[in-house]
Design a protein around this ligand. Structure first.
Ligand SMILES: Nc1ncnc2c1ncn2[C@@H]1O[C@H](COP(=O)(O)OP(=O)(O)OP(=O)(O)O)[C@@H](O)[C@H]1O
Length: 466
């Protein structure tokens, strides 16, 4: 017993040992800090912590960030949509609600996923916890949203294999049945797309176009929607490009609305004139989502895409100077890079639509075969389109003035917008039809006067030449 006591160190010896060990640790830490660079130190510390935490922790966390490879992360979007179905009846202390439907402010608001709030889900008896996190840099130049999905470590493989496809499928189903379509416009101040409910009722049924064009468009869109496997097999981005051209008021914007309503796609309406450079364009475009239409109207006024006539050297220098002064617009190549697939490879089910009133002004590079899949002429009224507008606006099948109006439509160029305006001028059918006839007769008179003036001018020119 006495020998045992002899072996037990005294308190002072233990204290001395503790002091020397502390001093040694301090010295070693100082040496470690002095010799090892900070980056390496952080790395070693992180690894050390990782090792221990993974050893002791029984949970596993999946991190799902908003971006993937500089593009929108579809897994993030799917989670965002899916989790809204888990919110009603959940025990979360808070819930995000909101609406951007200005036309119906009394409507029940939509549900959204609140940040830093645990949302519990269960999949085949497995308990899962979701949390949406949000971080922002001090100067607001950078923000990041990401989900944490946590489960017991042993279910990691199962969740990856079965739960991820499960919620992605549910989200896709919800998105397909969503009634509201959105139109997004880019806010340069906020550097983000601003959305509003897209409430345009034009469909292929209400569009006054030739039946052949209607059939072509519907068939083209339907086969595009079913084309996932085809595009994959031939190694092409799953996108379709349309160039809509024709005079103002012939229904280019209405055609875009009909396409959006038919496909149930949201529209990203990009004012190309306000994009500073190709880098900004890239950022804007990569922030758009799948199953959407990218609309660039009046392409002839935007990017440096109008067909240049031959210019002298001095003119060229002047043009360049002016371009720098204006410092706006993007290059055609920046735009075409995207159209050709560089940026479209970020997403799928994309439709790109360019509109122009002046196809002849566009750079041939934009018109090259294969660049835009279909070039669609939206033209002045044909007798068919005119009749369709009358039937739609006045709800009549026939009228005594139909014949003269139909004859006139072959002689003068009148746009569907002009016809619609005349037909809406009065609720009285006879007054409206008469108004349309008068409007067209006036057009014919003006046209004849113009032709006479032109002929006179030509005769004078010929006389002066003689
Ligand atoms: N083909 C059409 N069928 C039915 N309505 C049409 C058609 N074309 C034009 N309209 C009517 O005219 C209005 C203006 O047409 P829209 O804005 O679609 O023409 P646009 O070709 O896009 O014109 P712009 O080139 O000036 O943008 C529409 O709101 C619609 O009421």
């Amino acid at each position: 017993m006495a020998s045992l006591f002899n072996q037990v160190p005294s308190v002072s010896a233990v204290f001395a040992l503790y002091t020397s060990l502390s001093a040694l640790t301090l010295v070693l830490r100082n040496i470690f800090n002095e010799i090892v660079p900070k980056k390496l130190r952080d790395y070693v510390t992180a690894k050390f912590l990782d090792l221990f935490s993974s050893y002791f922790q029984s949970n596993f966390t999946f991190v799902i960030e908003q971006k993937w490879d500089y593009c929108g992360n579809t897994t993030f979007t799917a989670a965002n949509v899916y989790l809204t179905t888990r919110l009603p009846g959940s025990s979360t202390g808070k819930i995000l609600v909101g609406s951007n439907d200005l036309k119906n402010p009394a409507a029940e608001p939509n549900l959204g996923v609140p940040v830093n709030t645990k949302i519990v889900d269960e999949f085949e008896g497995i308990h899962l916890e979701w949390t949406l996190h949000y971080v922002e840099s001090k100067n607001n130049s950078y923000e990041k949203k990401y989900f944490h999905l946590t489960c017991k470590k042993e279910f990691r493989e199962k969740i990856m294999k079965d739960y991820f496809p499960h919620f992605a499928k549910s989200a896709a189903k919800i998105m397909r049945h969503r009634q509201d379509l959105y139109i997004y416009t880019y806010d340069r101040e906020e550097l983000s797309w601003e959305s509003a409910i897209f409430d345009h009722h034009t469909t292929f049924e209400t569009l006054a176009i030739e039946p052949e064009l209607k059939t072509t468009m519907i068939e083209d869109l339907d086969s595009f929607a079913k084309g996932k496997d085809f595009f994959k097999r031939v190694g092409r981005a799953w996108k379709r490009g349309y160039l809509l051209y024709g005079p103002p008021g012939t229904g280019k914007s209405s055609m875009v609305a009909a396409i959006a309503n038919h496909m149930k796609y949201n529209i990203y309406d990009l004012q190309i004139q306000s994009v500073r450079d190709d880098g900004e364009l890239r950022k804007i475009l990569t922030a758009t989502k799948n199953r959407s239409i990218l609309l660039i109207e009046d392409i002839d006024c935007g990017a440096d895409s109008s067909h240049r006539r031959e210019t002298s050297k001095e003119e060229d220098v002047k043009l360049q100077k002016n371009k720098k002064k204006r410092d706006l617009g993007i290059s055609l190549s920046g735009l075409l890079n995207f159209v050709d697939g560089l940026w479209s490879s970020c997403g799928e089910e994309r439709i790109i639509i360019f509109t122009t009133n002046h196809k002849e002004k566009l750079d041939p590079a934009l018109l090259r075969p294969g660049r835009m899949d279909l070039h669609i002429l939206m033209d002045y009224c044909t007798p068919f389109a005119l009749k369709k507008l009358v039937v739609m606006y006045l709800e009549i099948d026939d009228h005594v003035l139909f014949d003269p109006i139909e004859k006139l439509v072959l002689e003068v160029s009148v746009t569907p917008a002009e016809v619609a305006q005349q037909l809406m001028a009065s609720k009285n059918i006879d007054i409206a039809v008469n108004g349309l006839l008068e409007f067209m007769e006036n057009k014919k008179v003006k046209k004849e006067e113009n032709t006479k003036v032109e002929e006179k001018g030509e005769i004078k020119d010929a006389e002066t030449k003689e």
